[in-house]
Every structure is written in C-alpha cells, then in structure tokens.
Design a protein around this ligand. Structure first.
Ligand code: HEM
Length: 353
C-alpha cells in the first residue's frame, strides 16, 4: 500500500526535473550562443585596435559583424547563395542592420569573417574606386579560386606577356573576318532550322532549347563534333565544371567542387585525345574549326601553342562562349517576338559577305 502511494510522487519529481533541465538548456544555449557571438566580434575589434595602436590613422573597423568563432558568417553567406538563391540579400541584410536612415552613412563597406578569414566586403562603386586608388600598385591580382578548374594555361588565368600572346592566338582563331564568316555560315542555317522546329512544336522552354542548339553549334565550330551521346556527356561535364567554380573548395566525394574537378579531368582527357588524334594523323588541314586554328597558328617567333595550352583554351572558349551566347540569343528571341516591326526589318535578308 505504502509503495503504491510513493511511486507517483517519484514520477512527478523526475518529470519536473526534466522540464526544468529542458527549460534551462533551451534558455541557456541561445544565450550562450549570443554571448559567444558578441565576444567574437569584440575580440576581433580589440585585436584590430591593438595592432593599430600608435598609428595616427583611424582604428575603427567598418560596420558589420565577425559572426561565430572559426565559421564566422560563412553559413549565412552559403544560405543566401545556395539555398535562398539571393546572393545580394546577404549584403542587403548587412545594409539594413548596420546602416540606418536613408543610407547616407552607408559606404558599402562591411566587416565579416568568411571561409576561415577575417574579411571586408567592399560593394559600392565609390568604395571599390577608393580601395583601388589607395592600394599600392600590385596589391590586387585577378584570379580564380582554383586555377586548375579554369585551366592553368587558359587565357583567363595568365597575365602579362603570356596573356597578350594567348590573346593573339585566340583572337586569330575566333575573331578574324575569315573565322567569323565561317562561323556565321555554320550557325545561321542551324539556328534557322531550330526556329522552324520550335514553331512546329508550338510551346517550348526557350532557355533550354536555345542552350541545346548553342552547345551543338559550339561543338561543331570548336572541335567539329556533331550532336551525339558523347557531346551530351561533354555538355554535362561543362555544367558540372561551372557549378564548381564558386563552390566551397572541399575536395571530398559528394561536393560540387569534387564533382567539378572530376568533370574537368574528363574534359581534359577528351580534348587531349582529340589533339593527339589530329597530330598523329596530320589531320589539321581537314578541320575548319577553332581547335585546328589554335594548333596551326604560330607567333612572331614561329612557336606554336603547347597541347595543354590548346586544351585549356578550348575549354575556356567553350565556357566564355556558351552561357553568354545562349543568353544573348534567348533575349534576342524574346524581344523579337515582342517587337514584330523589328523582326520584319530583320527578315529583309542580307547575304553574308
Ligand atoms: C553575348 C556574348 C558575349 C558577351 C556578352 C561576352 C562578355 C565578355 C566580357 C564582359 C568579358 C570580359 C572582358 C574583359 O575583362 O576585358 C569577356 C571576356 C572573354 N570572352 Fe566573352 N562574351 C561573349 C561571347 C563570347 C564568345 C562567343 C567567346 C568565345 C568564343 C568569348 C570568349 C571570351 C574570352 C576568351 C574572354 C577573356 C578575354 C581576355 O581575358 O583577354 N566570349 N567576355
């Protein structure tokens, strides 16, 4: 009888304690996180002031916050970029939080901590101008997060005289009157055929269809490849490569960066095989395309591009010419559909000279 009366008392006490503990944890954890959050910022401000002690220049950091220890504001940035898909909103949130009123006090410069390093975001034309003007010459180099993804000997990755030399090769292969004429001759009938096929379909998703026809044109003009399962794979590898350019550089299976590196290796191998095939069979003259143009050309000293330079620059040219051209064609199609008078003028055909 006694034990029957006592058991419920013990049970109520345990539940009570569990509730209290739960409430304590629920209240304490956010408070602790808030304290750590503020302390990290205070620590960075103090460290900055300490380092600048004795100098007469301003010791104030720009507005903003250094976030949590180690991770800083990386998670917030990734959330805005990758999940919310609104990269500008990261800056907007800072502007709303740290700059008040009509924005007169907003110089477009904020402190933060990203990817393991204290950082200053400079995001207005005036503040960028100020930074570039006041920085000692050579302070800033233009570069890609991972040069190997873009190609170490690509035109977009090399500077100075090497860049100028590559530029002459690339311009010769894609921007001379002869190459432009032959591109137009290849592209015009293909785009006209695509337009006819879209008209027959009735409704199409313009962005998807235009990307498809643009990629087919690029494969034909750059490496003389016609649409096939192989070019579909190449298209997939390019998409994987592009997705990794601005991804977090975590080279572990499952990440966009790891996948991009794999795609890059596959692209290298497929274009390198093509270079070898053309060299071995001396088939350079057979192809009227950008790859053969790059392989044939010589500089003032009579030197040709190396195989890696050809491969890296073919990949870069596809990247440079793919999204840009397909977006341009898509918007041209959209606006021409909206402006029949302009379309009628364009229909008065002029032969390619
Ligand atoms: C509507 C089409 C295009 C637009 C709007 C566009 C835009 C641009 C812009 C703004 C730049 C940077 C220029 C600079 O930093 O000085 C650039 C560079 C470049 N573009 Fe394009 N582009 C287009 C088409 C193409 C095509 C079709 C190709 C290749 C076939 C291409 C290849 C390149 C290359 C290689 C560079 C780097 C040049 C260098 O660093 O010297 N682009 N493009």
């Amino acid at each position: 009888m006694m034990s029957g009366m006592q058991t419920p008392v013990v049970a109520v006490g345990a539940t009570d304690w569990a509730w209290r503990l739960g409430a304590l944890v629920a209240g304490a954890v956010p408070l602790l996180a808030l304290a750590v959050w503020h302390c990290t910022d205070a620590f960075h401000r103090a460290a900055f002031a300490f380092r600048r002690r004795g100098t007469r220049r301003a010791r104030r950091l720009p507005p903003g916050h250094m976030g949590l220890p180690f991770v800083g504001e990386t998670l917030a940035l990734l959330w805005y970029f990758n999940l919310a898909r609104r990269p500008d909103a990261f800056i907007e949130a800072k502007r709303r939080r740290y700059c008040y009123g009509d924005g007169d006090d907003d110089a477009g410069i904020y402190r933060t901590h990203l990817f393991g390093s204290p950082a200053v975001l400079v995001c207005s034309p005036a503040s960028n101008g100020f930074v570039f003007r006041s920085a000692p010459p050579g302070s800033f180099g233009v570069g890609w997060p991972d040069p190997e993804l873009v190609g170490v000997s690509s035109i977009v990755n090399v500077h100075g005289s090497r860049h100028a030399r590559l530029r002459r090769f690339v311009l010769g292969a894609i921007n001379s009157p002869n190459s432009l004429r032959s591109f137009a001759e290849v592209v015009q009938p293909r785009v006209a055929a695509a337009l006819r096929s879209w008209a027959a379909k009735g409704t199409i998703t313009a962005a998807t269809e235009i990307k498809k026809v643009t990629f087919e044109n690029i494969c034909r003009m750059f490496v003389s490849m016609e649409p096939s399962p192989a070019t579909a794979k190449i298209d997939e590898w390019f998409a994987g490569l592009v997705a990794g350019f601005r991804a977090l550089q975590l080279d572990i299976p499952g990440t966009a960066f790891h996948h991009a590196r794999k795609c890059r290796r596959k692209l290298n191998s497929v274009f390198r095989e093509e270079v070898e095939r053309r060299k071995l069979k001396a088939k350079l003259e057979e192809h009227d395309d950008v790859m053969s143009g790059l392989m044939r050309m010589k500089d003032e000293q009579g030197r040709r591009l190396g195989d890696d330079e050809v491969v890296d620059n073919i990949v870069s040219l596809v990247l440079g010419g793919y999204e840009s051209t397909s977006s341009a064609i898509m918007w041209a199609t959209y606006h021409l559909a909206k402006l029949p008078a302009v379309l009628a003028k364009l229909r008065v055909r002029k032969p390619i000279k």
